[in-house]
Design a protein around this ligand. Structure first.
Ligand code: IVH
Length: 698
C-alpha cells in the first residue's frame, strides 16, 4: 500500500498529540490548545482511520466514543481480589486502628498515605504492555463485570500508560466519579428529555458506567480517580503507597490533589479535620478519608482479615444534617393501603443532594416528634438513605398540626387506624388505584416474579393508559402488542424483549409466587417458610380457610383469652415458624377475599407455574439462627446478604431482640448496632459475616 508507512506515522503522531492534549485538559486541568484545534486534529485522525481501518488501535483517542451495544456483561475474575475497607466513625476507633497497627510492628508513629474516600463506583483496569485491555467493575471483589467499552469513554482515563516505563502487566484501581457540577447539568438534560434524574452523583456514576450501550456512557462526563494498584508483573513498584500514587500520576492517571503522607494518629486526625472542612467545597463528592500504612514491610506484617486489609481504614464523615421549613404533608398510599406521611420541604441541599421530600413514617412518629406544618425541621441524610426528619428545630409561627385524612387521597375510601397500630390504611383494597399500582409493581419486582423491563415507571404508564389493572393483565399484554410498539420510547425490539421476559416469568417458584401476591405481613422470608411448610398453594389456602373456621369455633367456645389463644395456636398456619396470630390473620383474610382468589385463578389460567418445593435438599447450617442487617457492606448488597443467609437456612428479621443471634453491622450502622451491644447480641462486621458464611458453607 503506497504511502502507508507515512500514513501510519501520521496517525501515530496525531494519536500521541491528542493523548497529550487530552491529558492536559482532563487530568491536569491546564489546556494546551483550543477546543477547535483539538477537534481539527481529532477529525484528521478519524478520517485517516476511516480510510485505513487497519490503523485503528484500541488505545486510539477516537475509540472513546463507544462501541456497539451488547446484551450483557461478561464476568471476569480480577487478577488479585479487590478488597474492602474497614471503617470507623470517630477518633477513638481511629486510635484503636492505629494502636493495633503499631502493636503488630512494636513501633512508634507510623507513616500513613492519606487520601480522600471518593464516593463513586470502583473500577479495575488491566494494562498489558502499557495498553488498556480490560476494565471491570468491582463485583463481589473476586469477579466483576467486563465493561471495557464503557471505561474507554472516560476522558481522563489513559488508554495507554504515559512515559517509557510500563510493566508487562498491571491492574490499576480507582473510583469512577461524576463531579457535582456535571451531575447537575446531566440531570437537567435528562429531565428535559423526559428521563428520570439520578438521586446523587454516585448513582449517576455507577448507572452510567453500567450501560450496555457504551455510547450512552460516552455522553456522561465521568472521571476516573486512581487510588491503588492490584497485581503487577515485570516491574518493581516503590514500597511507599504515597510514591505509588505519584507513579500513577506519571502514567497519566488523575489522582486526588489532596493525597498526602502524614505521621501517626495525630497526622491522620489533622488530615481528617482539614478534609471535613473542605468537603462541602469539593466538586467531587467524598464520604470520608482513607488512611493506609505507607510502608510495604509494615503492610506485609499486618496482612488481612477476611477481605479487608489490617493496614488501611476509612474514617467516614458523619451523616449530614440541616434545617429547613415544612411546607406541607402529603399522604402516599402504598401497596397494602398504608398511608405514609411525606414531608414536603422547602428544598435544601444536604448530604450531596437537594432534598424536597422526607419520610415522616407514620402518625405515631409525627405525634412523638410533635411536628407541625410551618415548623423548621432538622433533616438528615446519610449516604444513600432516604432523607428523614430528625426533630423539630424551631416551632413555626402559626404552625398547624398535621391531620390524618379521613378519606383516602387517591380513591376516597375511608381511612382506618386500628388501635395499637401506628399505621393508618385506606380500606379501598384493589378499588384504590394507588394500591393496585403498587401491587403490580410488587408483583413484577425483582424478588417477586422478576419481570425484566416491567419496572415501576412502565407499570405507572401502563396503568394510566388502561393497559394494566390486575397482575393477570400482565400476561395479556401480548394482545396489545401493536399499541405497545406505537408507544413513545418503545419499538419492536424493546416490546419483543418485554414480552419475552413476561413469558419467562411464568416459570417461577412457589415462594416467589406467594411473595408476589403481596399478602400483608408476608415478606420474602415468610413466603419461603410458608412454601416450605405447606409445599403447595392449595395446602396453604386450605389452612387459611381452616384458620377462619377454627377462629369462629374458638370465638364461640373459649371462655378466656388464654383458652382462645391455645385453641388457635396449636396447628395450621401458626405451626409455621414466625407465624403469630397477626400474620395468620393477614393470610386468612387474604384468602377469604373473593377478588384475591380470582386473581390467583387468572394467573394460573394465564400459565404461571412453579415447581413443587422439596424442603430437604440443601444443607441448612444456619437453620434456627436469626440475623439482623444494619448499615451497608462493600461486597454485598442487603438483598444478597439476605439471600446468602437464607440459602443456608437462616432467617433475617428487621428488629433486634434478645432472640436475635447475630447483628451484622456494615457501614453507617443505625441504632440497631447500639441495641445489639446493649442486649449482648453477637456483632459481626462485614469481614466477620463473610467468614461465618464461608464456614457455614463448608
Ligand atoms: S483503597 C485495600 N482508597 O471504597 C484498600 N478505596 O470501602 C482497598 N474508595 O470499593 C480500597 N476512595 O472503591 C481505597 N482512596 C481510596 C478510595 C477507596 C474510595 C472505595 C473503593 C472501595 C471502597 C472500600
Amino acid at each position: 500500500m503506497a504511502g502507508s508507512s507515512e500514513t501510519s506515522k501520521r496517525a501515530a503522531q496525531l494519536a500521541e498529540q491528542l493523548r497529550e492534549h487530552s491529558r492536559a485538559y482532563y487530568v491536569d486541568d491546564a489546556p494546551t490548545i483550543s477546543d477547535a484545534e483539538y477537534d481539527r486534529l481529532f477529525r484528521e485522525l478519524q478520517e485517516l482511520e476511516a480510510e485505513h481501518p487497519e490503523l485503528i488501535t484500541p488505545d486510539s483517542p477516537t475509540q472513546r466514543v463507544g462501541a456497539p451495544p451488547s446484551d450483557k456483561f461478561e464476568s471476569v475474575d480480577h487478577a488479585t481480589p479487590m478488597l474492602s475497607l474497614g471503617n470507623c466513625f470517630d477518633d477513638d476507633e481511629l486510635a484503636e486502628f492505629d494502636r493495633r497497627a503499631r502493636e503488630a510492628v512494636d513501633g512508634g508513629a507510623l507513616a500513613y498515605c492519606a487520601e480522600p474516600k471518593f464516593d463513586g463506583t470502583a473500577l479495575n483496569l488491566r494494562y498489558e504492555n502499557g495498553v488498556l485491555v480490560r476494565a471491570t467493575t468491582r463485583g463481589d471483589g473476586i469477579t466483576g463485570e467486563d465493561i471495557t467499552p464503557n471505561a474507554r469513554t472516560i476522558r481522563n482515563l489513559p488508554l495507554r500508560l504515559a512515559g517509557d516505563e510500563a510493566p508487562d502487566f498491571i491492574e490499576i484501581r480507582g473510583e469512577v466519579v461524576l463531579a457535582r457540577s456535571r451531575f447537575n447539568a446531566l440531570n437537567e438534560r435528562l429531565e428535559s428529555e423526559g428521563q428520570k434524574a439520578f438521586v446523587n452523583p454516585r448513582n449517576a456514576a455507577s448507572g452510567s458506567l453500567r450501560q450496555l450501550d457504551s455510547s450512552i456512557t460516552a455522553r456522561r462526563p465521568l472521571a476516573f480517580m486512581g487510588y491503588g494498584i492490584g497485581r503487577v508483573d515485570g516491574m518493581t513498584l516503590p514500597s511507599s503507597l504515597y510514591e505509588q500514587l505519584q507513579q500513577l500520576q506519571a502514567w497519566g492517571f488523575q489522582i486526588s490533589e489532596y493525597v498526602d503522607r502524614v505521621q501517626g494518629l495525630e497526622g491522620c486526625k489533622a488530615y481528617y479535620e482539614a478534609m471535613a472542612e473542605r468537603r462541602a467545597t469539593l466538586d467531587i463528592e467524598i464520604d470520608g478519608c482513607v488512611f493506609k500504612v505507607d510502608d510495604a514491610a509494615v503492610r506485609d506484617e499486618l496482612g488481612f482479615v477476611a477481605r479487608a486489609p489490617r493496614w488501611a481504614i476509612a474514617r467516614k464523615f458523619p451523616a449530614e444534617e440541616t434545617t429547613t421549613r415544612l411546607n406541607a404533608v402529603e399522604f402516599q398510599v402504598g401497596r397494602t393501603g398504608a398511608l405514609t406521611p411525606v414531608a414536603k420541604l422547602e428544598p435544601v441541599f444536604v448530604g450531596g443532594v437537594t432534598v424536597s421530600n422526607a419520610s415522616l413514617h407514620n402518625m405515631d412518629e409525627i405525634e412523638r416528634k410533635d411536628v407541625r406544618i410551618g415548623d423548621m425541621l432538622v433533616v438528615r441524610r446519610a449516604g444513600d438513605v432516604i432523607p428523614e426528619v430528625k426533630e423539630v428545630a424551631r416551632r413555626g409561627e402559626n404552625a398547624t398540626p398535621i391531620q390524618l385524612p379521613e378519606a383516602c387521597p387517591v380513591c376516597g375510601s375511608a381511612v382506618e387506624r386500628i388501635e395499637g397500630e401506628a399505621v393508618a390504611r385506606c380500606t379501598g383494597g384493589l378499588v384504590c388505584a394507588a394500591q393496585r399500582r403498587e401491587a403490580l409493581k410488587h408483583f413484577a419486582s425483582r424478588r417477586a416474579l422478576d419481570i425484566e423491563g416491567l419496572g415501576d415507571r412502565q407499570i405507572e404508564a401502563f396503568v394510566d393508559e388502561g393497559l394494566l389493572e390486575s397482575p393477570a393483565d400482565i400476561f395479556a399484554l401480548h394482545s396489545h402488542r401493536e399499541a405497545l410498539v406505537e408507544r413513545e420510547g418503545y419499538g419492536e425490539k424493546s416490546v419483543a424483549n418485554l414480552l419475552a421476559s413476561i413469558e419467562a416469568s411464568k416459570q417461577t417458584t412457589l415462594e416467589r409466587f406467594i411473595f408476589a401476591l403481596g399478602i400483608r405481613e408476608v415478606g420474602e422470608t415468610m413466603a419461603r417458610d410458608l412454601a416450605r411448610h405447606f409445599g403447595s398453594l392449595d395446602n396453604l389456602r386450605a389452612e387459611a380457610e381452616a384458620y377462619l373456621a377454627r377462629q369462629a369455633r374458638a370465638d364461640e367456645q373459649a371462655d378466656t383469652k388464654a383458652e382462645h389463644a391455645r385453641m388457635m395456636s396449636a396447628e395450621g398456619l401458626q405451626a409455621v415458624p414466625g407465624v403469630g396470630s397477626r400474620v395468620a390473620h393477614c393470610i386468612a383474610d387474604f384468602f377469604s377475599e373473593q377478588r384475591n382468589l380470582e386473581v390467583i385463578d387468572a394467573l394460573i389460567a394465564a400459565g404461571v407455574v412453579w415447581q413443587t418445593v422439596d424442603s430437604d435438599d440443601t444443607p441448612q447450617p444456619l437453620a434456627g439462627q436469626t440475623f439482623v442487617l444494619t448499615g451497608s457492606m462493600d461486597s454485598l448488597t442487603r438483598d444478597e446478604a439476605k439471600q446468602r443467609i437464607e440459602a443456608q437456612g437462616g432467617r433475617v428479621t428487621s428488629s433486634v431482640s434478645k432472640k436475635t443471634d447475630y447483628v451484622v453491622a456494615g457501614d453507617s450502622p443505625g441504632s440497631k448496632r447500639d441495641k445489639a451491644e446493649k442486649l449482648g447480641v453477637t456483632l459481626l462486621d462485614e469481614a466477620g459475616f463473610l467468614d461465618l458464611l464461608d464456614k457455614a458453607g463448608h
